[in-house]
Design a protein around this ligand. Sequence first.
Ligand SMILES: Nc1ncnc2c1ncn2[C@@H]1O[C@H](COP(=O)(O)OP(=O)(O)OP(=O)(O)O)[C@@H](O)[C@H]1O
Length: 459
Amino acid sequence: MNDAPESTLSSTEEPKEIGDTHHRPHLFLVLEAHHPLACPARFSLAKIDELDIGRGSARQIESTTAPGARRLAIRVDDRRMSSTHARLGKLLQRWVLDDLGSKNGTLVDNVRTTRAELEDGDLIELGQTFFLYREALPCDPDDPPVLDRTALRPPAPGLATVLPELHRAFERLVPIARSTVSVILQGETGTGKEVMARAFHGLSGRTGDFVAVNCGALPKDLVEAELFGHKKGAFSGATEDRLGLVRSADRGTLFLDEIGDLPPPAQAALLRTLQEREVRPIGGARSVAVDLRVIAATHRPLEQMVATGVFRADLWNRLAGHKVELPPLRARREDLGLLIGALLARLPPEQAARIQIHPRAARAMLRHDWPGNVRELEKCLGTAVVLAGEQGHVELDHLPPAVQRALEGPDAALREELERLLRKHKGNITAVANEMGKARTQIQRWLKRHGIDAERFRR
Ligand SMILES: Nc1ncnc2c1ncn2[C@@H]1O[C@H](COP(=O)(O)OP(=O)(O)OP(=O)(O)O)[C@@H](O)[C@H]1O
């Protein structure tokens, strides 16, 4: 196996203490649905006692420090938010959210609530503004306690994130991009592997072109001719000399997407090219020198393909100088508003500025799992913006049915399950907890959040 350095950019791993990495509670301002171009923000809850959220004339973050009352106040320009809308406070090591008598109410995970003990991953909705609570987010003591628009500096376009660990992983890619180390990008389809490869090329300072090749889409019997070029008359149909994709990327970057689809003869030829730093076109008498930087990508388990002999181990070792794994979108929900903003910013500025997302549509988008990742989000938004027309108001029914269904989500299922078990056990919470394999206090929290009164099942 290859012992190359590896970056795992996923943020979903179980919390654990590694070196000086710590895990801290955080609140993310993910999306202002009425103003989706507004930048997201991140707040560490580690060194504060209370956090107030309310309406202001513009985004404002204020911290005040008094013994026992280190307080953060967040103002958001959201007309559906009350001026003092909600407060987060600590109760016995847990963060509790209180609605402060707001006009439009507070929703936690799609359930209206006046008080909720927060759970990791809770989606909090105040007015048209969406927050996400993370109980133990991996972070570094040097991370700024508040990350707002001014502090969000991606090392390259497409490498922006509000997640501290992912941000550090993106920053670590800069020296790799500037070196000659080969890179392999792994991640589900649509996670942004090509976007990252382009970012690498942009950072590399290489003067040649960025050439992207989808190895799976090359015509089977022409793979080598397409990659390495050919001389006129080398085979029937070769009516002229062809440079080939490898030489087109000379002094630039060759991005080999779906590298796992490369047939064995082409794998052998590519290995030769990488070892010798030269290409021999099909039918050619001489090899030609190339200055090549290869970035390969795959969404298939390439290591497994190497183990089973489907992919050459020696080529894998050449390609996998530095491995990067891009997390799926469902594992970086905190970045959803940032990505929505980035995708909308591709529209003409006047059109982008008009876009507003109805809270129900935003809620569905924030709860959906996005199996097609950023590509699915991009398509979803693209269609929604067209359906929203001139006015630019994206409604729930402008979204694909799969996204709309996210509103039915696990909460409805949990509620049904709780009610079924309460009926079965005649309102006995301990029995429900035992059957679900959860603590009694957890069941009580769920009942409270869903407004279910166990008493009514006891009669
Ligand atoms: N960080 C990002 N910001 C804006 N758009 C992005 C970002 N990441 C991905 N996208 C968009 O999502 C789409 C899919 O990205 P990309 O093609 O890079 O994914 P991929 O992982 O290479 O997919 P596949 O494995 O299917 O080839 C592209 O249209 C791209 O513009």
